[in-house]
Structures are given as C-alpha cells and as structure tokens.
Design a binder for this molecule. Structure first.
Ligand SMILES: Cc1cc2nc3c(=O)[nH]c(=O)nc-3n(C[C@H](O)[C@H](O)[C@H](O)COP(=O)(O)O)c2cc1C
Length: 222
C-alpha cells in the first residue's frame, strides 16, 4: 500500500506593515489557493514578528528577541514558505531584511533547505519584481530553495476583484497553476528527503573555527 499522504504546511508571509497592504491581499489569496489544493496555509504578516534593529551586542547579551523566535518556529513548523513583499526603491523592504537577519542567527538555521516562493504586488507596471531579485539573494545565501518563477502582480491597486481574487481570470489561473507547480515540488521534497544536503555559509573559504557556519542533512533536519 502506498504511504499515506500528509498535507503540506506552508507559511505565507505578507511583508508590508501597511494596513491596506496589496501584498497582504496577495498573501491572503495565495493562502486560499494553497488550501484549495488540499494543503495547510499559515497566513502571517511581518508585523506579527516585532523585532528591534539587528544588533550583535543585543544578540550576545539577550539572544534572539521573542519576535524572531516566533518567526523561526513558524518557519520550522512549515514544509515551505511563501513571501509577498513590496518593492521599496527597487529592493527589499528594511523590515523584512531585518527579520531575515535575526532569523539567520538561529541554529539550526531555519531557511536552510526550505522551499520558498516569492511574490510581489505594486501599482507599478513591473509589479515590484525587482525587489524580489534582492529578496532572493539573502534567502538563497541561507540555503533556501527559492523557486525559479516569481509572481509579480502589476497595477495591483486595480487588479483585485471584490472577492479578493485577481479580476483577470487568465491571470488568476496562472497564479493558481504556478502555485500548483510549486506545491508539487514541495511535496516531492517532503516525501523524498533522501538527498544529502549541506549548507556552508562561506563555501570556498579556508575553514576556520571563527568563521565556519556549516549544517549537514543531519543537523539541518533537527
Ligand atoms: C519607500 C517606498 C519606496 C517604493 N519604491 C517602489 C519601487 O521601487 N517600485 C515599485 O514598484 N513601487 C515602489 N513603491 C510603491 C509600493 O509598491 C506601493 O506603495 C505598494 O502599495 C506597497 O506595498 P503594500 O501595498 O503591500 O504596502 C514604494 C513605496 C514606498 C513607500
């Protein structure tokens, strides 16, 4: 008999603090699509994880603040993550980068080996896509498997229907199908975890105790 299929759990994060955030709407829609496909979505907002500016002195004295610990826990409890992030000045919003920096200090490092999907929404024609290329960099540095396709909703102030879905049916279908492809990959990664994985933060540097940050399959799975 084939093994019972466990539902996939996906953390879906909106990365804008703004009350009427377009990106939070996109995150909510992504969570709905994940649920429609039979999986579990854990919808969150970056404001749920209130942390001070990263300061290594604060970390040395007090460890990770509660907001960072809570976010680490939510990432670790998930098989994958999705982030809908605004583009600020063609790059990543500071509040999101700050949270990633805090999380990167946790061991085992939660992003290592996680499948990730990036989205953005902007009133501009580019949909905030340039910001996602910036967001990809720290996440890939931390060992996340960031999906090649990224969904950037252009003219987002005009793109949603009253029911929260994308007004253009074909665009909504592309959104659904892309998330479906991502979920297939997450499922494959969850059920076939036999691949050896390692994360060496500064691969190619002469190994020293001071700079080495290494995780292998065994420690990453903890
Ligand atoms: C500081 C700042 C910088 C911005 N830079 C960009 C940008 O580079 N590209 C872009 O498409 N939109 C830019 N915008 C507009 C945002 O895309 C727009 O405010 C969007 O609604 C923010 O996302 P949210 O609705 O989820 O809060 C910027 C907005 C702010 C406040």
């Amino acid at each position: 008999m084939p093994p019972a299929v466990q539902p996939i759990r996906v953390l879906v994060l909106g990365a804008s603090l703004r009350r009427d955030s377009l990106n939070q709407r996109l995150a909510a829609l992504a969570a709905e699509v994940v649920r429609e496909k039979g999986s579990t979505a854990d919808l969150a907002n970056v404001g749920d994880f209130d942390v001070p500016f990263y300061d290594q002195d604060v970390e040395s004295e007090s460890g990770l603040p509660p907001g960072a610990q809570a976010f680490c826990k939510r990432v670790k409890e998930s098989d994958a993550f999705m982030i809908a992030s605004p583009e600020y000045n063609a790059s990543i919003p500071g509040v999101l980068k700050n949270l990633i920096d805090w999380v990167s200090r946790s061991r085992p490092q939660p992003f290592n080996g996680k499948q990730g999907f990036l989205m953005s929404a902007s009133p501009a024609m580019g949909g905030g896509n340039r910001g996602l290329w910036s967001l990809r960099v720290p996440l890939e540095h931390l060992g996340a498997r960031v999906y090649p396709d990224m969904f950037s909703l252009a003219q987002a102030h005009d793109a949603f229907a009253a029911n929260g879905r994308i007004a253009n049916d074909l665009l909504q279908k592309r959104f659904d199908d892309t998330i479906g492809c991502f979920m297939d990959l997450v499922e494959a990664a969850k059920h076939y975890p036999g691949l050896k994985k390692q994360w060496v933060e500064f691969l190619g540097e002469r190994p020293t105790a001071e700079t080495d940050r290494v995780e292998t399959s065994e420690t990453a799975a903890a």
